[in-house]
Design a protein around this ligand. Sequence first.
Ligand code: FE2
Length: 336
Amino acid sequence: MMLNQRRHHILVVDDEDLIRDILREGLEQAGYECRTAADGLEALEILEHEPVDVVITDISMPRLDGIQLADRIYRSHSADVIVMTGFAENLSYEDIIARGASDFIQKPVGVREIILRLERVIRERTISSEQRRTEAELRSSLQKLRRVIGQTVNALASSLEKRDPYTAGHQQRVARIAHAVALQMGLPEEQAEGIRIAGILHDIGKISVPTDILAKPGRLSANEFNLIKEHPQVGYDILKDIEFDPPVATSIIQHHERLNGSGYPQGITADDIIIEARILAVTDVVEAMASHRPYRPSLGVDRALAEIAAHSGTLYDPDVVKSCLTLFEHQRDFFE
Ligand SMILES: [Fe+2]
């Protein structure tokens, strides 16, 4: 008798009354719920209306034989199938398993032997349903984790935008454009996603710049500009200990670097600037020029694209510029 366990439902299918009765009696004594059917069609009828965990079926039966039954169950039901084969059928193990059965047993069958097979099939069935449940739980917690990361990143970004309404939306638009440029360049989605996250946060270091400088309508003094120039380093310091998969903090510290070394804060050149930062650099300039600023109205997307094209290869990565221009030929709704 199986303790602490729900009773499993077994369906015995055989056209011989005597075999059905012997098996049913034996299975019931062993603690199983047992139904019987005289052929495949009768079995399918029961499967439609009742819960069945395992079907034990004869092969040679009128109307629908055991192999056809196994095939139908495999396609439309969740029950496992154990096939009882006689010498006359001459089917190989592979033949039977290929038709969707979980196991087979040679006739004449004894009740003890059937129960041993049944226990094995049920054990495997329980393990695989637990695996499926664990996988589903893992998938859903991973999705939740991704959602929480996305929400945290947005919350961090909006903390800056609360102080600096002029760049509200700037980071989100840079993120969208940079993600699209990365995909246009053929980078994998995971890397493009890292660039999107870096885009959302790329100016977070401006949180340390006084508000009156951020919102100043006129030209900045050298001192004021020096304060602004600290923002890539401050952003890096804020984010460097977060274990983002892609190099988010490095993308941010490098987003004002230029190929020819004229950028800041480190003045590094070409190959020392990671691709993520080279994409951010281009899209940051395009977005900034195409949007309104406290000290000037929008210069328009075309002026912005002309600017990056004019400095392709000197300030900006030529592959990034090319992909950005191609992208804007097809898609311009980033600024709506
Ligand atoms: Fe910036």
